[in-house]
Structures are given as structure tokens and as C-alpha cells.
Design a protein around this ligand. Structure first.
Ligand code: NAD
Length: 495
């Protein structure tokens, strides 16, 4: 175990960018004494620092989680675990405004989006609180003279790597489920946005979570993140992030024979048939690409439109895009800034490729004059006639850019929908009931929404991908199974 770093006693009143990890219910200075700046995406300015964790900090956090499993946390009954999770849910619910402010500033989210995320994390803990004492095994019919049963046991120490786009929500779905199943967690939030997660961990301590149940180590992916996933003391990895890093995480997991859940990117299709209810569909289609400035793994970033209504739909959407306004998080407009300058540059590179290849911009929104010059703003952009195999139709832009293309018939729509390496979410818009089910069955994706689009779906709905979008499921009751090991006990007692 690493040498005991300097300990600082936190207090909720003084919670202000402590530039420290949160381990064993205490703020812990980084072992190496290094920090990273925290940048406000709305104006590009640094407003604090976070701890830059290293392998020693990860050692300390994993040890803290291991001790918790053998101590008070591991001894809690399922009912009492559930009560603790519920207390945390209530405490978050009483602080929605505080979490909204933290998340909006740190991620650049418009306030209404940050607020929705704060409400969602409270709901995750409420949902998983209720699930704690309902996670059970089975008895299995076997030979005479035997009784066979299965137990769902916690895996042990679970590692959680969280991206910057939805820190609160992803903490809720991943850590909430792992705790409900009785694991102790070590969390490495993204270096670009981890304030809300540090505050959540502190709040968990305040409502009574035993030391070591939740441990947070901040820092860079290549340092603290890589050290966590390669650590010999972890028993599961839950990774949400990019497909490339997902490969590295899988390799690290394989070295230690540790199960891994990967939630990676997407290029999710919205499939709009001529008979769809446009009043329902078009606002949802716009929202699914503008929400969180398009930085959503399940953003509906490809729009497949039946040829007969192609021009009409594009005209409608152009009108909607032109009304979209982009500005600082605190102005609470349709769209906030992107997270970083290099993310903005990445979106510009996609758009300049589109321009070079003759892809037409059908419409775009506007950046308000009040937006600070050094913020990372991109106007929502609607591109038309994007060839199905162009990188705009194949790769994740992770910005508010919608690629539209026409299709001839159902079979063509299915071919286009399934033509990328991803398979996370799809939206199908049609009033034809039989076609709804045919399409839902034919599209390869972890979630299919018919006449609605959940951009990740609700707390209760299992979520995850196929193909390069990842594997394993989070959210809903299903997630709990991934955080347990099934043990079979065969007892021979005679007849
Ligand atoms: P990223 O993969 O660079 O980073 C994600 C997290 O992984 C961060 O915490 C980062 O510090 C960490 N990380 C980076 N390198 C690491 C390494 N070598 N070892 C361990 N951890 C490491 O992705 P990002 O740019 O932060 O997030 C955007 C990507 O995440 C997009 O591709 C998006 O689609 C995806 N994403 C997916 C989901 C989902 O649920 N499927 C949700 C959000 C984001």
C-alpha cells in the first residue's frame, strides 16, 4: 500500500475545488503534489485546480475500497445498503440547484440540461436503492438428494472510468448499480469535468456511507486512468469513453482476467418514414443532436429520410436549425459550448472535410454576441445529401452536426442504418405498426426508440451497445447482474 498521503478534513461548507482526491471519506492530497487546471468551456478561463493522480494514489484508493469490503461497508445488509443509497438520493434531491450550477460551469451545459442531469443522478440512486434487497439467486431442480442454489455475490472492488460529457449521470448509472450490488468503488472521472463527482462522493460520506465504499481519484487518463485499469487489486472495470481508449482498457482487463463493461461511442440513425407524425418527430430529431452540444454518445447524428418527403423535411428542419442559439452555460440557451478547444477543432476538421467534398450545409444556428470569444462554441449545423460512406456519416463527430441522407424504401433504410461500425441507439419514426416492429428488429443497436428518442433512455432501461459501441449493459435492473458474480452451491444431503 502507498504511503499515507497528507489528509485534509473536508466540510460541505468549504467545498471549493479542493485539488484533492476523495479516498476513505477524506480529501487526500495527490501523492506527487501535482495539479491540473479546471477550464470553464464557456469562456476558456481556468477557475481552479484538480489533483493530478498517479499510480500511488490509485494504490491507496484500491486499498481503501478493499478495506471497506472487509469492514463496515461489506458487513451491511442489503436492506441497509438500500437505505443508504436512498438517503443519498434524497440528499442530492435537496441540492439540485447546487449540482446544476457545478455541472453547468464545469461541462458548459445549459442550466436546464445540467438540471436534468442532477435530477437523473438522484433518480439513479433512488432506483438502485430499491433494487438492493431484490437482487437474488435461484434454486435449481437437480438430482434427487441434492439442493442446488445460486447466489449473486459482489465482485469486490469495481473500477469506474467516467467521461466528461455526463459526469453526474454516468456516475449514477455505474457507481449506483455497483454499490447496490455490494461492491466498493474506485472512480476516475474525466480530467475535464470532475467537480460534481467529487461533491457527490463528499455528500455520500455526509449521509453515512462508510469510508472506502466510494473513492475518487482525479487526473489524466494516461496516468491515473491507466494505473486504475491495470491494477491487480480490482475485480471489474466499467469504462465509458471513446472506442480507442476502450481497446486499451480491454487489453488491461485481459491481462488481469477482469470482466469489463464498455460503453463506447455511436453514430445513431434517426429513420424517418413519409407517414411519420412530423410534429412529434422533428423537434425530437433536432433535440437529439443539439442536446449537450452533440456531445452525447447516443446523439441522433445521422438522419435517414424517406425520399418522398426528403425536401419537405429538410425545409422544416432548416427553419428549426436557424432558430437555435448557442451561448454560455449560464445563459441557458439551446446549446452550450463544446468541452475543449481540441474538441472544437475536431468538429471544424469534420466540417472542412464536408466542404472540401462538396457536402452542402442546409442550415445552421447562431452563436449569440454575448458568448465570450475564448469559449468553445460551434453553431448547430445541418448537412444534406451526405454519402453513406463519408466520414461525416461513419464517424462520431461529437458536436452538434446532423448528417442527412435520403432512402428509397424499408430495405434501403435498414442497410443504411446498419452501415457503420457502431450500434448504440436508433430512432424509428413511422405510424405503420408492422413496420415499427420490423424496423426495431432489423436495426442492430442496443436500444431502439419508436416514435420517440430517449438519447440514452431512462434510468430503468438497460443501455449499451453492439459492435464498436461496446458490450455489457448499464442502467435498469440488468446492470446489477454485471456487477455480481454468480455462485452455484450444490448441496448433497441424501433423500
Ligand atoms: P476518452 O476515452 O478520451 O476518455 C474517457 C475517460 O477515459 C476519461 O476519464 C479519461 O481520462 C479516461 N482515459 C483516457 N485514456 C485512458 C487510458 N489509457 N486508460 C484508462 N482511462 C483512460 O473519451 P472522452 O473524449 O473523454 O469522451 C468522449 C467519448 O466517450 C466519445 O467517443 C463518446 O461517444 C464516448 N462516450 C460514450 C458513452 C456511452 O455511454 N456509450 C457515454 C459518454 C461518452
Amino acid at each position: 500500500m502507498a504511503a499515507d498521503p497528507q489528509l485534509i478534513v473536508p466540510s460541505s461548507a468549504s467545498f471549493k475545488l479542493p485539488a484533492a482526491h476523495f479516498i476513505g471519506n477524506r480529501a487526500v492530497n495527490p501523492h506527487g503534489g501535482m495539479t491540473l487546471p479546471v477550464i470553464d468551456p464557456s469562456n476558456g478561463e481556468a477557475f481552479g485546480e484538480i489533483a493530478r493522480g498517479d499510480a500511488e494514489d490509485i494504490d491507496f484508493a484500491v486499498e481503501s475500497a478493499r478495506v471497506a469490503l472487509g469492514g463496515e461497508w461489506g458487513m451491511l445488509s442489503a436492506v441497509d445498503r438500500g437505505r443508504l443509497l436512498y438517503r443519498l438520493s434524497l440528499a442530492i434531491g435537496e441540492r439540485i440547484d447546487e449540482f446544476t450550477q457545478i455541472e453547468a460551469r464545469d461541462c458548459g451545459k445549459p442550466l436546464k440540461q445540467a438540471r436534468a442531469d442532477a435530477i437523473a443522478v438522484a433518480r439513479y440512486f433512488e432506483f438502485y436503492a430499491g433494487a438492493c434487497d431484490k437482487l437474488h439467486g435461484e434454486t435449481l431442480p437437480y438430482q434427487a438428494g441434492f439442493t442446488v442454489l445460486t447466489l449473486r455475490e459482489p465482485l469486490g472492488v469495481t473500477a469506474h472510468i467516467i467521461p466528461w460529457n455526463y459526469p453526474l449521470q454516468i456516475f449514477g448509472r455505474s457507481v449506483g448499480a455497483a454499490l447496490a450490488a455490494g461492491n466498493a468503488c474506485v472512480v476516475k472521472p474525466a480530467e475535464d469535468a470532475c467537480q460534481s463527482i467529487l461533491r457527490l462522493a463528499q455528500l455520500a460520506a455526509e449521509v453515512g456511507f462508510p469510508a472506502g465504499a466510494i473513492n475518487i481519484v482525479t487526473g489524466l487518463g494516461s496516468e491515473a486512468g491507466a494505473a486504475l485499469v491495470a491494477h491487480g487489486g480490482i475485480d471489474h472495470i466499467s469504462f465509458t469513453g471513446s472506442p480507442d481508449v476502450g481497446v486499451l482498457v480491454s487489453q488491461a482487463a485481459a491481462q488481469n482476467h477482469v470482466p469489463v463493461t464498455l460503453e463506447l461511442g455511436g453514430k445513431s440513425p434517426q429513420i424517418l418514414f413519409a407517414d411519420a407524425d412530423f410534429d412529434l418527430a422533428l423537434p425530437a430529431i433536432v433535440n437529439a443532436i443539439v442536446q449537450n452540444a452533440g456531445q452525447t454518445c447516443s446523439a441522433g447524428s445521422r438522419l435517414l429520410i424517406e425520399k418522398a418527403v426528403y425536401e419537405e423535411v429538410l425545409e422544416h428542419l432548416a427553419g428549426a436549425f436557424e432558430k437555435l442559439r448557442v451561448g454560455p452555460a449560464m445563459m441557458d440557451l439551446d446549446c452550450g459550448p463544446l468541452i475543449r478547444q481540441d474538441q472544437l477543432q475536431r468538429v471544424w476538421d469534420f466540417l472542412s472535410d464536408a466542404h472540401a467534398d462538396g457536402i452542402a450545409v442546409m442550415a445552421s444556428g447562431s452563436i449569440v454576441p454575448e458568448a465570450p470569444e475564448n469559449g468553445f462554441y460551434q453553431a448547430p449545423t445541418l448537412l444534406r445529401d451526405v454519402p453513406w460512406d463519408h466520414r461525416l456519416a461513419q464517424e462520431e463527430v461529437f458536436g452538434p452536426v446532423l448528417a442527412a441522407m435520403p432512402f428509397d424504401n424499408e430495405a434501403h433504410a435498414i442497410r443504411l442504418a446498419n452501415s457503420t461500425r457502431f450500434g448504440l441507439v436508433a430512432g424509428v419514426w413511422t405510424e405503420n405498426g408492422a413496420r415499427q416492429m420490423r424496423m426495431a428488429r432489423a436495426v442492430r443497436a442496443g436500444q431502439v426508440f419508436v416514435n420517440n428518442y430517449g438519447a440514452g433512455g431512462g434510468v430503468e432501461l438497460p443501455f449499451g451497445g453492439v459492435k464498436a459501441s461496446g458490450h455489457g449493459r448499464e442502467k435498469g435492473f440488468e446492470a446489477l447482474y454485471g456487477f455480481t458474480a454468480l455462485k452455484t452451491i450444490a448441496l448433497r444431503h441424501g433423500e
